[in-house]
Ligand binder design. Structure first.
Ligand SMILES: Cc1cc2nc3c(=O)[nH]c(=O)nc-3n(C[C@H](O)[C@H](O)[C@H](O)COP(=O)(O)OP(=O)(O)OC[C@H]3O[C@@H](n4cnc5c(N)ncnc54)[C@H](O)[C@@H]3O)c2cc1C
Ligand code: FES
Length: 280
């Protein structure tokens, strides 16, 4: 069992949990993820490692309550326990000294971009951060990002805070003025990552995205997390989750994410209104 040591609400429906998992914390690196299960009947959900503390033996995850399991997870409190907490999974981010790099985080995608930005800074890069959310009260980790980057640009879609507009607009402006950008990371909703890759393509700047397909086993055995990359089939859990955004088959990624929408809607309705669950 894995103890929840701390829980914090960062924004409406976005929660942070610090979990005691010393073996995972010992090996965790930026870019990796864990898969957890709440109880014996629970589904396995992947969440990115937003932070880790090797001395305390803790892993921090930040999640958005979007469906059945993330909502149930959000109901737990410090002192409660999780049944399974497996990781670290996936390949770590390739951290090198590239020169000047840009880390773009959208929505809950700011959580995974934060440890990457921090590691890139520690490796001696000049790091420019661009973070954005739909509106001001959904913005997370602004202070934390501000502490690890050289320059931080904050955007909101509705203009309620920071720059008015999408993160991709700020990115395009930056690429027009700075010709020395060596690499861009973009993490957030699929549509945002697709547009980050589309923005950097004409500038020829290598762009890394973190794919979030449906996952089941997280070990490369079940095939659920298939992603098309450069005409090949890759498994996000073992070959990723980071890939070259200019090579990802985005249409396929969008189609595959909506594969179980009907079932997801049905289980939520059963949960909300009670009654017999017919999913087993
Ligand atoms: C490598 C990886 C890292 C992730 N990191 C984070 C994170 O740090 N924070 C965060 O909020 N979310 C993260 N996600 C997404 C998170 O796993 C899903 O939001 C969660 O599984 C949804 O479960 P649910 O039962 O609450 O919702 P459901 O009702 O099952 O689904 C709601 C939405 O989540 C998607 N989804 C459902 N199951 C999965 C699954 N097993 N894997 C991926 N997507 C799924 C569905 O396509 C749907 O759009 C990550 C996903 C991956 C693959
Ligand atoms: S989750 Fe099963 S192969 Fe990746």
């Amino acid at each position: 069992m894995y103890d929840i040591l701390r829980k914090q609400e960062l924004a409406p429906s976005i929660k942070l949990m610090e979990i005691y998992a010393p073996l995972v914390a010992k090996k965790a690196q930026a870019g990796q993820f864990i898969i957890l299960r709440l109880d014996t009947d629970g589904e396995r959900i992947p969440l990115t490692i937003a932070d880790f503390d090797r001395d305390k033996g803790t892993i921090t995850t930040i999640f958005q309550e979007v469906g059945f399991t993330t909502k149930r997870l959000g109901e737990l409190e410090a002192g409660d326990r999780l049944l399974d907490f497996v990781g670290p999974l996936g390949r770590p981010t390739e951290i090198e000294q590239y020169g000047t790099v840009v880390c773009v985080g959208g929505g809950v995608g700011i959580a995974p971009i934060y440890p990457i930005a921090r590691a890139l800074k520690q490796a001696g890069n000049e790091v420019i951060g661009i973070i954005g959310s739909r509106t001001k009260n959904l913005l997370i980790l602004e202070q934390e990002m501000g502490q690890v980057v050289d320059q931080l640009i904050v955007c909101t879609d509705d203009g309620s805070y920071g720059r008015h507009g999408f993160v991709t607009e700020a990115l395009e402006e930056l690429l027009k003025t700075r010709t020395d950008i060596a690499r861009v990371w973009g993490i957030g909703p699929v549509i945002m990552m697709k547009n980050v890759a589309r923005t950097t393509l004409p500038f020829g700047v290598k762009t890394i995205v973190s794919m979030n397909p449906i996952m089941v086993d997280g070990t490369g055995m079940c095939g659920a997390c298939r992603v098309g990359v450069g005409g090949e089939t890759k498994f996000a859990c073992v070959d990723g989750p980071e890939f070259d955004g200019h090579l990802v088959d985005w249409d396929l990624a969008v189609r595959r994410l909506s594969f179980y929408h009907d079932e997801e809607r049905r289980i939520q309705q059963v949960h909300q209104h009670g009654g017999d669950c017919q999913c087993r």
